[in-house]
Design a binder for this molecule. Structure first.
Ligand SMILES: Nc1ncnc2c1ncn2[C@@H]1O[C@H](COP(=O)(O)OP(=O)(O)OP(=O)(O)O)[C@@H](O)[C@H]1O
Ligand SMILES: [Mg+2]
Length: 352
């Protein structure tokens, strides 16, 4: 059932219509039939109200039906045909239909904004990939073409060029492997291999893996204290090893020469532990912290490129930690140092 609401246009039209009808009658009765006003005045007044109410009801009902059918048509043309039948039949009221149209419109606008953002994001991502691949590729191309031209005779120089070419290929490999991993996590295809393992052992393994880099920068790599007992956690060991490697390598790359990188494990309540990687390196200005874990984000783009970073390391770390439903934190102060920490869950079955 349709509800009638006050409608100004119908009100004025009904008023004019009833006034004109009564006026015409008055003119007819008074000037043609020469009747005294007192004999029909009350009848005319009642007639006026009767005409007015009748005309107002008919007009506003017709107008509302007309508008309703037009809005309904419009609505039907903008919503998908599959949902049309089920949704349109619910509307018997023009206000409801109009508010739904407005909502539909704002939903669509939001959708368009989101698509535009995603498109810009994708464009930026592809641009970044191309850039990251181009740099080592140009280097490889340069050395290979020089060698092919045959002008270089000196064996030492040839070897140097070949080893630079190999470095470029390594770099390409790293970037492609990192991108592959990020894509797997983002598409939800990366599966975790959950096991119980001793995190202290894993940290020591990583120390061995990066020992050469630490030596090169004369950075001392150590645990914050002696851990006599194993600390068993339940996670994907290989991936957590990668998290530790990425964070520790960062602390070496952005740490000061003869500085210190310290790793500590703190047992929190509710079966959680916190692994901290602390350095006394260059630190990070506060303004960069919110974007630090974005892929390809680097604080100092020029200098980091010389150090071979592409800004994917922390994005991978974040993906791995989030896939474990754990959290990653960063605290840093420029020229003082940084501390990256992440939570892990203890393996409840094994005694501590
Ligand atoms: N321990 C740290 N101290 C100071 N700056 C850091 C530290 N760790 C990361 N950063 C800053 O954060 C940026 C992003 O780090 P991320 O590991 O994602 O990329 P990257 O090290 O440049 O490259 P990649 O890890 O892909 O080789 C770095 O470029 C660096 O500027
Ligand atoms: Mg890194």
């Amino acid at each position: 059932m349709m509800r009638l609401k006050y409608n100004k246009a119908s009100f004025l039209t009904a008023l004019i219509f009833s006034f004109t009808a009564v006026l015409l009658q008055f003119l007819l009765l008074a000037f043609v039939f020469k009747l005294a006003f007192a004999s029909y005045g009350l009848i005319l007044l009642l007639e006026f109200f009767g005409f007015f109410i009748g005309a107002y009801l008919i007009l506003s009902y017709t107008l509302e039906r007309f508008l309703f059918s037009r809005v309904k048509e419009l609505y039907a043309s903008v919503i998908p045909t599959t949902s049309y039948v089920s949704t349109i039949s619910q509307f018997t009221d023009i206000d409801l239909l109009t508010s739904n149209l407005k909502k539909l419109n704002s939903d669509k606008n939001l959708e368009i904004d989101l698509l535009k953002k995603e498109q810009a994001y994708r464009r930026e991502f592809i641009g970044n990939i191309a850039h990251e691949l181009k740099t080592p590729l140009f280097m490889i191309e340069g050395y290979v073409l020089t060698l092919l031209e045959g002008g270089v005779e000196d064996k030492k120089t040839i070897k140097k060029y070949l080893s630079q070419t190999a470095k470029g290929i390594d770099r390409l490999n790293f970037v492609i492997k990192d991108l592959d991993l990020i894509t797997k996590f983002e598409s939800g295809m990366a599966k975790l291999n959950w096991t119980s393992f001793n995190i202290i052992e894993t940290i020591k393994n990583v120390f061995e893996l990066v020992a050469r880099q630490a030596q090169e920068r004369k950075i001392s790599l150590k645990m914050d204290k002696v851990y006599n007992k194993p600390i068993q956690v339940y996670a994907d060991e290989e991936r957590i090893q990668q998290v530790l490697t990425n964070l520790i390598i960062n602390s070496l790359k952005y740490g000061i020469e003869r500085g210190t990188t310290e790793v500590g494990v703190e047992i929190l309540k509710e079966n959680k532990i916190l692994v901290r990687i602390t350095d006394n390196g260059e630190g990070i200005n506060e303004e960069h912290l919110p974007r630090l874990f974005e892929r390809f984000y680097r604080v100092d783009k020029t200098r980091n490129r010389n150090q071979g970073g592409s800004g994917l390391g922390l994005a991978i770390v974040k993906h791995i930690i989030e896939a474990h439903h754990e959290k990653i934190f960063v605290e840093s102060e420029a020229r003082v140092g940084s501390e990256f920490s992440f939570s892990l869950t203890l393996d409840q079955k094994s005694a501590l």
